[in-house]
Ligand binder design. Sequence first.
Ligand SMILES: Nc1nc2c(ncn2[C@@H]2O[C@H](COP(=O)(O)OP(=O)(O)OP(=O)(O)O)[C@@H](O)[C@H]2O)c(=O)[nH]1
Ligand SMILES: [Mg+2]
Length: 427
Amino acid sequence: MDTTISRPERVIIIGLDNDQPDYQYSMTELTELAEANQMEVVDRLDQALDRPNAATYFGSGKVEELAQLVAALEVPTVIANDELSPSQLQNLTKATGVRVIDRTALILEIFAKRAQSKEAKIQVQIAQLQYRLPRLQTASDQRLDQQTGSGGGGGFTNRGAGETKLEMNHRVIAKQISHLRAELKEIEKSEQTKRAQRDKAAIPTAALVGYTNAGKSTIMNHLVERYGVDADKQVFEKDMLFATLDTSVRQLTLPDQKRFLLSDTVGFVSKLPHHLVQAFKSTLTEAAQADLLIQVIDYSDPHYEQMIKTTETTLQQIGVENIPMIYVFNKADRTEIEFPTMEGDDRLIISAKDGASLDLLVEAIKHHLFSDYETVDLLIPFADGQVVSYLNEHATILNTEYVSEGTKLQVELAPKDLPRVEKYRVM
Ligand SMILES: Nc1nc2c(ncn2[C@@H]2O[C@H](COP(=O)(O)OP(=O)(O)OP(=O)(O)O)[C@@H](O)[C@H]2O)c(=O)[nH]1
Ligand SMILES: [Mg+2]
């Protein structure tokens, strides 16, 4: 037996019940986020308030109740459902005597633990430093208080030194941020080059988007297994929040030679921290440049409707709009609902682990990505054999016939390929 596994950190979560229908869901989500960060929620405290108290988040009576609960349960950490201002953070820490963090800091901690690639690590670091910057004041004030309290008398010199230290910390962090930004730019440059090459190839692109843990990477892996140029190029999938932090793009070639690129990217959660969205913008632009969005939804989760709303809000936040979308209600094998089924041409109920479901999904993708493809009849002289080879690779050949003048083909091809074959067209 492994006895080295550390026990989860026990925490209390706190939230402001603004009487909105999403409130209970956001507290459930906060519990799941805490669990994703190896924490165990042992209790929660809610206060019915429209707006947080500017100084202490909760009202004073509730803060007192929280302090007593923290002492009684002996928890080392309290997590607030909303982003706390520097002074709220400081006052709550003082009142409870334990570590207080907010939803934003919690999400940043999870991202920091999950980040694998250099790009993701830098992106998270930038977001963390930016979150810390306005909160520096608080930390140094605390040190100041301690110094003044114990030393006594030397207030003036201590304060002077403290201020200098704060300024210095500010400068150091600001410098770190700009240094990391420069490094990120270098990485992004090479990413952009890759993207530019793809644009030139003009292969249509579909992007998997949606709430974290919905099954995006699982769908990606199954499609890569079937149609990938390199079937070994699997991405990481796991039953946990934010399994994927990096964008992966794979080229798929369907049996009829139609090709497209599929991208898998970071999943969403409600109130995704602003700094994190900014830092991950380059990763997320993959979705912004897609011809088709495939929103994956965990249909077995009772909160799936809120998750759709969250995804839509986040897409707006990163400036993704006016891209056609298909809705994939996944994990139907965990529900009583029949699958695979298709409603209209943009709503599917599937299970990522079922072959017939994947066939249906591919049909739906094809319908959207290749609807502007045209079927044409061509007569290509034998001397232009290279055109036939090109079409064999890039188009769907529906019919081939050899006549004395050359090769007669009926092909279905992309609009961009039409000029290339214009002179061979027969009516
Ligand atoms: N039963 C069932 N489980 C599924 C299905 N699709 C995915 N899963 C499981 O759900 C978990 C999450 O899947 P992922 O593919 O990692 O989810 P994701 O959307 O990529 O999640 P993030 O990367 O965190 O955004 C994994 O344990 C999968 O095996 C499905 O159709 N049915
Ligand atoms: Mg994933």
